[in-house]
Design a protein around this ligand. Sequence first.
Ligand code: C2O
Length: 545
Amino acid sequence: EKLEMFVDKLPHIPTLHGFHIVNGVLKPKSLQIGMFFKKWKFHRDLPATPVFAYGVSKHKATVPGPTIEAVYGVSTYVTWRNHLPSSHILPWDPTISPAIAKRGGIPTVVHLHGGIHEPSSDGNADSWFTAGFKETGTKWTKPTYHYVNKQQPGNMWYHDHAAGLTRVNLLAGLLGAYILRHSSVETPLKLPTGREFDRPLIVFDRSFRKDGSIYMNATGNNPTIHPQWQPEYFGDAIVVNGKAWPRLTVRRRKYRFRIINASNARFFRFFFSNGLHFIVIGSDSAYLAKPVSTKSVLLAPSEIVDVVVDFSKSTSKTAILANNAPYPYPSGDPVTDENSKVLKFIIKHKSETDTSSIPTKLVQYPHADVSKSVRTRYIAMFEYVSSADEPTHLYINGLPYNAPVTETPKMGTSEVWEVINLTEDNHPLHIHLGLFRVLEQTALVETEKFTDCMTEKNDAVKCQISKYARGNKTAVTAHERGWKNVFKMMPGHVTKILVRFSYVHSNESYSFDATQEPGYVYHCHVNIGSRRQYDDETFCDGQVI
Ligand code: C2O
């Protein structure tokens, strides 16, 4: 029997303030956040599910974890503690460049996705630690992370990032939202505010067994080599803020929703069943220059969209937030009845006065100035098969996980990256500790010829990329033209981006010591495992694609 939709109310995720107020003055705060094994009710009719959850205590731990609210210029310190048992609740493949704890236990490390701060607080995949810090990865430096909160206000999320385990640790529940507020920038905007009218919506897909446990296929797609590795995870149930297909009763007024796609591999193309519009005000961690009204929003895994929805414009009593993105995106199966529905809004009849507004201008940041770029890099993604028996690995520029570093950008500079996607899937490229703007998307011609050349381990320049990058151009969607930290790399296309390795609102750059470990990371965010680091080391391990 299928689970009945829209029976649970949309939960309020608990919030944790990342600051103190002492005599009216804002002061830094130190938080202790643990990872706990507990049970979580995802649906009224489903037995409680074993999960891994973040929280200040086991009792208070939630899925998603508490929303951390920080304010501009006030440091938040978090000591992340692992209280997990010795065995995982999900099957994971220890043969893929994993974090293997020799003395048992589950390696974890927390990355603040979208954060711009010191690299040693970034949650490098090899900075993992087990319960009680009994064992630590090769890049582990310290137990307390420092989030300096000096970047532009906006939305981030924290999630596990342990090498080889990221995808299962996320599936188990290790993720949460982080909001950075800056009152002198945001108050004049008069957007909907307060717990009731400004809410994160953290959306992910999961499959559940009858006993409530999370279902994940335990047989790898090539069991002789990788016993449990599955390239992409898709679940049938759509979970929002920890409940499967919840409902929310709303008033006839504007609401702000910070929508995070926390799925491992599922893209969502959101739309409202009654035609309501999204007024997009921000994308990933930054505000747009001005609001963009749109009927649908395509969100790749790990992308964030910040929207205002005006329910006073609704002509119907209910509206379903729906999804029609094929999976895998873009050429996979069409959505089913289950995964095409996300959240039901029940709109109150009574009209009311709404003092919030949608300003004509939001926040102005510098434009992408290509003339200031210090260099151009070519980043080619393609699936590489080393022998007939091996599963396909996604490599970046033909380099595996442990290859020496090739990208060593300098803090405070900008670079043009031309990302060449030779795979059949859309790959969300994510860059840590910086922001970028999407400049252009150009289709490749004679892709096969180019790919043949690339698999010989030639680079894109030697293979004369310019000869192939001359197909049709696809316009960048209006609400995706601001500063972002994730973007969808279309298959068969070259996507040109301008990456800025500093803050976007000032020329100041965070303090950075190029010799400091760990360095910077970029990777695809499908199943959050394929990654390649730059600056001090490099990898793209291919456990993902
Ligand atoms: Cu969402 Cu490397 O992170």
